[in-house]
Design a protein around this ligand. Structure first.
Ligand code: GLU
Length: 432
């Protein structure tokens, strides 16, 4: 790991570069975010105090379309983190071939400490601060870590008030009642599920004989757990920020989700119930969960969970990255040497932004689709991308991550070249 997440992220470009013909100009442009905004958001707290929060919005690249990406509320949010996440969004959108560039936003806070009204004031204040930076044709926020449809609804409402015009397409992941799409809440997990199923049939594997451990029991983590459970997989361990639970025979995921819902002790719009409160299981730490001897490991929490410190202890056969950036570049190398297959974030968790794209299309056309239609379209995109990346990695003997970057870079390179790079002009294309 280097001292900056962003330079770790851009390091992946150098690896992929060897396998794709793309102009140096294009690569150089992708190493810098197009624009980064840092704002201070004053919020009147319930007790009358004024608190100032730090917020960010970064637009990484808009060559392929308006920029797109979530907004996270988390104590670790920093400009470096938001820039890296924006960078990954550019590649994620290119991997699945949706006409967006990459962006990300965030506010540095522990959202569990705020009341619902404080969160609403903070969210509206954030939109006041970034309103000129976003827009349905410019940059479109969405949910990410610790943000949800309610928060997206506030964002859209505030933006519409500022513009004096109802603007549903400015934000995705909204509540259905405010123009949200069917299936957006489960989309990230659903995309990951389609990717896993594609690989299972390629390897002729059966769910009943496949054990899974999942780090993170938020929206994506708990939904993928349930999808896998319902499909017959043995989900033996799950965790949240408080710790992990394990049962060799498999956990009853629907009861677990139900328990968590019922015991969440709502503070603001977040649940506080920890999966650790459930009985009849063995408790583990998050670190222990990562090194379990399972067939599939799914990191679905935060960045840099598998690094050079624990990569040698990982015993899973396949890793599907549902979180963004859970494996450091150094760990990638170690896992590859140990023949552990890593299915990269920019493929595996692209279901969220894919259905965000569908939501944006529905908002702009005014024609709304059924859940079945959304999931069918998501499946087509995910299976196609998974197959193509698998094939490239096999043909060229490269990692799945490098293959995903190669696919994205080909698309980005074509668009950047068409806008005018050194090669484009040297080939006489610029002379009319
Ligand atoms: N936050 C999600 C991601 O990291 C979704 C972004 C979106 O829907 O725009 O992919």
């Amino acid at each position: 790991m280097t001292d900056s997440l962003f330079s770790d992220a851009t390091q992946r470009l150098d690896t992929a570069l060897k396998y794709v013909s793309i102009s140096e100009d294009a690569i150089e442009r992708l190493k810098y975010p197009k624009a980064s905004l840092r704002v201070s958001i004053p919020v009147r707290m319930d007790n009358g105090d004024l608190r100032i929060f730090q917020g960010y919005r970064v637009r990484h690249d808009d060559t392929r379309g308006p920029t797109k990406g979530g907004v996270r509320y988390h104590p670790n949010v920093s400009l470096d983190e938001v820039q890296s996440l924006a960078f990954w969004m550019t590649f994620k959108c290119a991997v699945v071939g949706i006409p967006f560039g990459g962006a990300k936003g965030g506010i540095t806070l522990n959202p569990k400490e705020l009341s619902r009204l404080e969160l609403e004031r903070l969210t509206r204040g954030y939109i006041d601060a970034i309103a000129d930076f976003i827009g349905p044709d410019v940059d479109i926020p969405a949910p990410d870590v610790y943000t949800n449809p309610t928060i997206m609804g506030w964002m859209m409402d505030r933006y519409s008030t500022i513009r004096r015009q109802l603007s549903p397409a400015v934000v995705t992941g909204k509540p259905i009642a405010l123009g949200g799409s069917q299936g957006r809440d489960t989309a990230t997990a659903m995309g990951a599920f389609y990717s896993i199923q594609t690989m299972m049939s390629k390897f002729d594997r059966r769910p009943e004989n496949t054990t899974v451990a999942i780090q993170g029991f938020g929206n994506a983590g708990s939904t993928i757990a349930e999808l896998l459970f319902n499909a017959g997989y043995r989900v033996v361990a799950v965790s949240d920020s408080q710790g992990a639970i394990y049962s060799a025979n498999g956990l009853d995921i629907p009861s677990l989700r139900h328990y968590r819902e019922a015991n969440k002790g709502m503070k603001a719009v977040y649940c506080e119930g920890s999966v650790c409160n459930i009985v009849e299981h063995q408790t583990l730490t998050n670190a222990e969960l990562l090194t379990l001897d399972v067939d599939i490991l799914i990191p679905a929490a935060l960045e840099n969970q598998i690094t050079e410190d624990n990569a040698n202890d990982i015993r899973a056969k396949w890793i599907f990255e549902v979180a963004n950036g859970p494996i450091s570049p150094a760990a990638d190398g170690i896992l590859a040497e140990r023949d552990i297959l890593v299915f990269p974030d920019i493929l595996v968790n692209a279901g969220g932004v894919t259905v965000s794209y569908f939501e944006w299309v529905q908002n702009r056309t005014g024609l709304y689709w059924s859940l079945e239609e959304v999931n069918d379209r998501l499946k087509v995109k995910t299976v196609e991308a998974t197959e193509a990346i698998w094939q490239t990695s096999q043909e060229r003997s490269i990692s799945l991550r490098t293959a995903a970057y190669v696919r994205a870079l080909q698309r980005l390179g074509e668009s950047l070249d068409a806008k005018g790079t050194r090669n484009y002009y040297l080939n006489g294309m610029g002379n009319g």
